[in-house]
Write a protein that binds this ligand. Structure first.
Ligand SMILES: Cc1cc2nc3c(=O)[nH]c(=O)nc-3n(C[C@H](O)[C@H](O)[C@H](O)COP(=O)(O)O)c2cc1C
Ligand SMILES: Nc1ncnc2c1ncn2[C@@H]1O[C@H](COP(=O)(O)OP(=O)(O)O)[C@@H](O)[C@H]1O
Length: 327
């Protein structure tokens, strides 16, 4: 558990200490509760065998390669996915570059080249619906049979359903986030939706209003609903602060710029420029408004701050993962 987590490209040879592991295979975008059921199973199998637990995922997300015309809101860009997997207890995230060439590999070539030769896996764990290889020719039954031929075991994990018996999926979570339903999204993720990015400079107006804001750019496909949120802000050194954030285009002061995440960090003063910080979303407060002047904006920001403080005073962790990320 004390060894450092590694993020490795599947194109380079696996460090010898990581060969022979139990490998959870899939995209795991969001690392949601359904993914966690698969991932926990892999961790259990690895502990039982005394071998490392790894995740094999595909980068970029295959949907971006097959449907480049439809923007995909990736929930966990690779560094965030790696952080979550590390917190869950994995030794490494192995990223297989997903190209058209790779997608045209046969199911057998995927098993032989990647699982067997490169990773030397002892056991594979996947979700019930994992398909792989050209035209999705390899499914769960194929993987089981391939495991027998190549000498690795296979565990398939059933669809994970929420309390309402609906299957938990990345697409449901994307839809909820597009609607600003961050509390519901957290229920499916098992932790508060969190973004990580470098703090950049802005107009330097916030400080003159009494509301300096740490500005971060999200990735362009992040279609989180624009508006004002109660958040937790984590600095690079791990310290946490409550805050209130606006994700939007600042219509009062700007001519519809690109959306920016701006966090007013409570009970903090100091320089955050250039720091990689994380913002976890706890509640949606309101939509952005074009105010007549800065006085009206500041009066509303004061009310937002009070509302966020009250909301955040009553929150509890949803899981160990949530505790590690946002508490
Ligand atoms: C809690 C909060 C609420 C905000 N609400 C609005 C809003 O409703 N309309 C708006 O135009 N800008 C809003 N903003 C963005 C401010 O206009 C922006 O933070 C301010 O102009 C400072 O800009 P700067 O960070 O570039 O200096 C909000 C910011 C915060 C932190
Ligand atoms: N409580 C705070 N919340 C957010 N940022 C703060 C805070 N105190 C100091 N800062 C610093 O001030 C910067 C934001 O100031 P601001 O005037 O809004 O300028 P800009 O948005 O142009 O960067 C942050 O990036 C950070 O370095």
């Amino acid at each position: 558990m004390t060894e450092a987590f590694e993020r490795i490209s599947a194109t380079s040879p696996l460090p010898p200490g990581l060969r022979g592991g139990v490998v959870a295979i899939g995209n795991f975008d969001g690392v949601h509760r359904g993914h966690q059921a698969v991932l926990e199973r892999a961790l259990t199998e690895a502990r039982r065998r005394g071998v490392p637990a790894l995740v094999l995922s595909f980068e970029p997300h295959p949907r971006k390669v097959f449907r480049p015309d439809i923007p995909l809101f990736v929930l966990t860009p690779p560094p965030m996915k790696a952080r979550l997997l590390s917190l869950l207890g994995f030794a490494a995230l192995v990223e297989q570059p997903f190209t058209r060439d790779f997608a045209s590999l046969s199911a057998e070539a995927f098993v032989t080249d990647v699982l067997d030769r490169n990773l030397g896996i002892s056991h594979a764990v996947t979700g019930f619906d994992f398909h792989f290889g050209k035209d999705r020719q390899g499914g769960p039954a194929y993987l089981m049979a391939a495991g027998e031929r190549h000498g690795f075991g296979v565990t398939l994990v059933d669809a994970f359903r929420d309390e309402g018996a609906e299957v938990v999926s990345s697409s449901r979570i994307r839809t909820l986030l597009c609607e600003g339903e961050v509390a519901e999204a957290a229920g499916l993720l098992g932790y508060r939706f969190t973004v990580e990015s470098e703090v950049i400079g802005g107009k330097r107006l916030g400080r003159t209003l009494g509301f300096p804001t740490a500005n971060m750019r999200l990735w362009p496909e992040a279609t989180l609903k624009e508006g004002i949120y109660a958040v937790r802000f984590r600095r690079a050194d791990g310290t946490l602060h409550d805050g209130v954030a606006s994700f939007g285009r600042r219509p009062t002061v700007d001519d519809n710029g690109a959306p920016l995440l701006e966090t007013f960090v409570f009970d903090f003063s100091g320089d955050l420029y250039g720091e990689i910080c994380a913002v976890s979303f706890f509640g949606y407060l309101r939509s952005e408004v074009k105010f007549d002047g800065l006085d009206a904006l500041v009066a509303q920001m004061k009310r937002d701050e009070a509302e966020a403080r009250a909301l955040l005073a009553g929150v509890r962790p949803l899981s160990d993962l949530d505790s590690a990320i946002a508490f």
